[in-house]
Every structure is written in C-alpha cells, then in structure tokens.
Design a protein around this ligand. Structure first.
Ligand code: ADP
Ligand code: MG
Length: 364
C-alpha cells in the first residue's frame, strides 16, 4: 500500500468513526468487517467481539434486522425500516431505524452489505410528548365548555344555601347541612377553576425566571406544611443555569404540582430529590429559529412508583388514583410546559420510585 493510500484509508476510517449513526459493514460471507463506535453504543456489542464473526449469529435475536440483511444480500436492494425495529440489550430496549444497502465495487459486483442504525429514543420521546399535547387540546376545549355551564347553577346553589343559613336560628342543628352544602360547592368550584386553567388559552408572561429560587421557595414552603412527616428533601442544582425566559407564576405551579405529587407518593416517610442540569442531547427546533439547548428539572421520589399501564394515562385530565385527587395536576403541568415549548417526561420503576423531568428551552 502506498503512503497516500494509507493516509486515505485512515481518513475514511476516521470519517466512519465520527458519524453519529451506527455503521456496520458485512463482507460477502455475512461476517462483520467493520463497526463504528456509534454502532457499538446502539447495539451494546463491542467491535472486538463482533469483528470477523457472522452477523447472523451475533444478532440472532433481532429477527427483523436479519431479514433486512438477508433481503439485501439476496437481491442487492436497499431496505429501510423506520418504524418497527428495536435492539434488545441488557439495559433495555432501544428503538432504532435501520437501512441495509449493498456494498458494490465499481464494476457492480456486490462484496458485502452496509447497515446503518439510528437511535430513535429521543425522537420517540418527542413524538409521545406531541401526542399527549394533542389529546389534551381536544379534551380541554370540551372541558372548558362544560365548566362554564356548571359554574352558573353552582353559583345559584351556593347563594341559596347561604340564604337558607341566614334564615336559620344560630343554634339549629340544620346549619351543619348548609355548611356542608357551601363547602362542597366551593370544592367543585375549585375543581372547575382548575379545569378552566387547563383549557383557557393564556398569554404567557415573559419573566426572567430564576429556576433555583422558585424551586427553593417551593421546597421551603412544602417542608413547612409537612413538618410531621419524615420526608427528606435533597437539592442538586447546576449553578451554571442562568435565569430562563418564561412565566414565573405558571412554572412555579408546574413544580409545585410535581413536588406535591412526590410528597403524596412517599407518604409518611421518604426521599425527594430535586435536581437541575443542562441537557446537551436535546434541542427542539422550531421553524426559522436557531436550535436551543434545554434545561432539565427533575423531581424524583422513592415512593411506590407507577405501573406501566398507568404511565400512559397520567397526563389525561381526571386520571387519579387518589380519593381526594382531581387528576388535573399533571394535565395542567403538561399544558404549561408545552406552552413554554418544553416537554415533560416520566420514568418510574414500581417499587423503586418515580422521576418527573421537565425540560425547558434555555432561552435567556
Ligand atoms: N410521584 C408520583 N408517584 C406515583 N404516582 C404518581 C406520582 N405523580 C403522579 N402520580 C399518579 O398520577 C395521578 C395523577 O396525578 P395528578 O394529575 O397530579 O392528579 P392528582 O394528584 O389529583 O391525583 C395520581 O393520582 C397518581 O396516581
Ligand atoms: Mg397532583
């Protein structure tokens, strides 16, 4: 090999290693001849282990992937799948998209296959956040109409109960009943206000929000109100996070709802950790705008966790497992965060605890 050729080879190897997508090349016998670091990362299989071994035996569990490789090997056609593929690893399942293309010499002879893998985890999470937001907007409009309709007669009932109370002698036992009527009407009223909060489009204020101050205040306040419980709060704040642009009142409502849920989850004793960090792996781009980095606020509790089949329902209005819950807290959070062009993510291990992460664009 000449010196230039060697340099050129090294150059190509560098290019392939630097690509963010996973690249795996197979030779004509179907053995792995090349694998870049991204492919190692996505598949959880080391280059050392794979090199020189038959692809079909290393990836024997990934039937769909094997099918694609076989099809390209047999027909020389490029095959892509962006929907159905996952890679199973010890650490869990990674959704991927894959393309298999024939590796051709200049004379058209097929000497192998190139497989490109892309990790879709982030994309799937974004898609899911968008689906949640969609569902919420339809339900929200419906609920707002209903809330308005109910508020008026409710006002009438409360007024009548107050009149009745006034007509009764001070010492009458019946006052207990009017008391209940008024209290319950007020409770339904609060529920309706929450509901309207959820449905009514609001204009966002553009405050410079000091997230750490807001979180500190919430934690301080909540600590006060649950003095009797054995709940430990931990704070891990990234001091480099600057004030971000947003609606301070609404963002405080989001974090308060999440912290309250965490407190309700841990019950009599437990640990709640509130942490912040800057995310480099996410950036939401809107048309015509520069991509922005995001900050993540994570609220973790070591409560009972959430069962898998319930995770999907959490953000649906009125979904609650609590006797006194309204099931609107998370729906409101979702709405506010979406209005800030962020997203909420939940991770939960039944038995271990729950983490809610709010991601907001770092706009200063
Ligand atoms: N930190 C948490 N741990 C376990 N379950 C949670 C947590 N946060 C929320 N949930 C579940 O999500 C449901 C909906 O929460 P939310 O919308 O705030 O309504 P509510 O608190 O009124 O029930 C709760 O009833 C609970 O089942
Ligand atoms: Mg709640």
């Amino acid at each position: 090999m000449s010196g230039t050729e060697e340099l050129l080879n090294e150059f190509y190897a560098n290019v392939i290693d630097s690509v963010g997508d996973g690249v795996i090349a197979l030779d004509a016998a179907g053995c792995v001849s090349l694998m870049n670091p991204a492919a190692e990362e996505i598949t959880g299989i080391s280059r050392r282990l794979a090199q020189g071994n038959p692809f079909a035996s290393i990836f024997k569990k990934e039937l769909l992937l094997l099918e694609m490789v076989e099809k390209t090997a047999a027909t020389g056609i490029t095959v892509s799948d962006h929907e159905n593929l996952v890679i199973r690893k010890a650490s869990g399942v990674t959704p991927v998209s894959a393309t298999t293309s024939p590796l051709l010499l200049k004379n058209g002879e097929q000497v192998g296959i190139v497989l490109i893998l892309r990790d879709l985890t982030n994309i799937r999470e974004l898609e899911q956040a968008i689906r949640h937001a969609d569902r919420l907007s339809t339900l929200g409009t419906l609920a707002a109409g209903l809330a308005h309709e109910i508020k008026n007669p409710l006002g009438g009932i409360k007024g009548a109960a107050q009149l009745l109370e006034r007509e009764m002698p001070e010492e009458s036992d019946l006052r207990d009943y009017t008391g209940i009527m008024i209290k319950e009407v007020e409770r339904v009223n609060r529920l309706l206000e929450d509901l309207l909060d959820l449905a009514a489009p609001k204009k966002l204020a553009h405050d410079r929000v000091n997230l750490h101050k807001a979180l500190n205040d919430i934690i301080l306040m909540q600590k006060q109100s649950i003095r009797d419980q054995q709940v430990t709060f931990q704070q891990q704040f990234d001091p480099s996070i600057p004030p971000i642009l947003g609606d301070e009142r609404l963002l405080t409502q989001v974090f308060l709802n999440l912290v309250k849920n965490a407190i309700e989850a841990v019950g009599e004793s437990g640990l709640i950790r509130v942490s912040t960090r800057v995310l480099s792996e996410y950036s939401l781009t809107h048309k015509g705008e520069r991509p922005s980095r995001m900050v993540a606020v994570e609220i973790h509790d070591d409560g009972p966790g959430i069962r898998k089949e319930q995770l999907e329902l959490l953000f649906t209005p009125f979904f609650t497992t609590k006797t006194a819950g309204t099931g609107l807290g998370l729906a409101i959070c979702q709405k506010i965060v979406t209005e800030h062009r962020g997203m909420i993510k939940v991770e939960s291990d039944p038995g271990k605890g729950t983490s809610f992460t709010v991601m907001l664009p770092l706009i200063q």
